[in-house]
Design a protein around this ligand. Structure first.
Ligand code: AMP
Length: 274
């Protein structure tokens, strides 16, 4: 539903917005396409947000391809590419942080402390700066999309949050800017992530209800792959609260975070039990 004061501010036009960190791939572009099709004005941002990276993480070597990104966005008919400077997003004296309690500490949050506070804060700021009618996010970052939906409701932001399906490579690895870090062998080994999810999903669809069994199966599938050096989490979760599930009765989230050397990959799948 439209907030009437907002329609006036936008001159009656709908604004679609896709926030990104650049190095755009087909996953990003599926959001851009929907944004272009569903709104009068299409805005994409590229901002590698420092506050969502841990000091030990890969901020400095985060992939970037501005020329390629601009060509893709122009071809997709995007009206505005918004690339704010770090100093304009976080000017001197900046002190505010948004924490979506209950959702931010779980799954990825347990391994990347402060990450989702950084994400929630920058997304809230970008939504306030662009003031879109609709903002588009990918289901690949399921926890992130849940946190953003929550914050938009909690902060009375007059924006519709759209979450679109994960776009995958031919071998079903979820597209990610971080896939570029993988060696050829790691790239092959990464297939185990989708395999763990898809095979677990089949078991759930067949009627298996014991989550502990599915969790063990997922972990085993991942750990069989020697180039997967760490399984941070792998299992069955409540799709609304992200809590562990014991007995699979309704729709569940299957989710994985695993490291191949220094590269951390995540993926997930929603599945309904039989
Ligand atoms: P990022 O540039 O990684 O911050 O991602 C920007 C947006 O693109 C986020 O909403 C992501 O969830 C989304 N995204 C990233 N990878 C994919 C993918 N493979 N499929 C769909 N959406 C994606």
């Amino acid at each position: 539903m439209q907030n009437s004061s907002k329609v006036n501010l936008q001159g009656g036009k709908t604004i679609g917005f896709v926030p990104t960190m650049g190095a755009l791939h087909r996953g990003h572009m599926s959001l851009v396409r929907a944004c272009r099709e569903e709104n009068d004005v299409a805005v994409v941002s590229i901002f590698v947000n420092p506050t969502q990276f841990d000091p030990s993480e890969d901020l400095d070597k985060y992939p970037s391809d501005l020329d390629g990104d601009m060509t893709k966005l122009e071809e997709a008919g995007v009206d505005t590419l918004f690339m704010p400077e770090e100093a304009s997003v976080y000017p001197e004296g900046f002190q505010t942080s948004i924490e979506v309690k209950g959702l931010s500490e779980k799954l990825c949050g347990a391994f990347r402390p402060g990450h989702f506070d950084g994400v929630a804060t920058v997304v809230a700021k970008l939504l306030n700066m662009v003031y879109p009618t609709r903002a588009y996010f990918g289901a690949k970052d399921y926890q992130q999309s849940l946190i953003i939906r929550r914050l938009a409701v909690d902060l009375d932001m007059p924006v519709e949050i759209a979450v679109l399906p994960t776009v995958r490579e031919e071998d079903c690895l979820a597209m990610s800017s971080r896939n570029a870090y993988l060696s050829a062998d790691e790239r092959r080994a990464a297939q185990a992530i989708y395999r763990a999810l898809a095979n677990a999903a089949d078991r759930v669809k067949e009627g298996k209800r014991d989550a502990a069994e599915i969790n063990a199966f997922m972990r085993e599938t991942l750990q069989k792959e020697p180039l997967i050096t760490e399984v941070q989490y792998a299992g069955v979760y409540d799709p609304n609260t992200l809590d562990d599930v014991a007995d699979i009765k309704s729709e569940v989230l299957l989710a994985v975070a695993a490291k191949l050397g220094d590269t951390r990959l995540i993926d997930n799948m929603l599945v309904k039990g039989a």
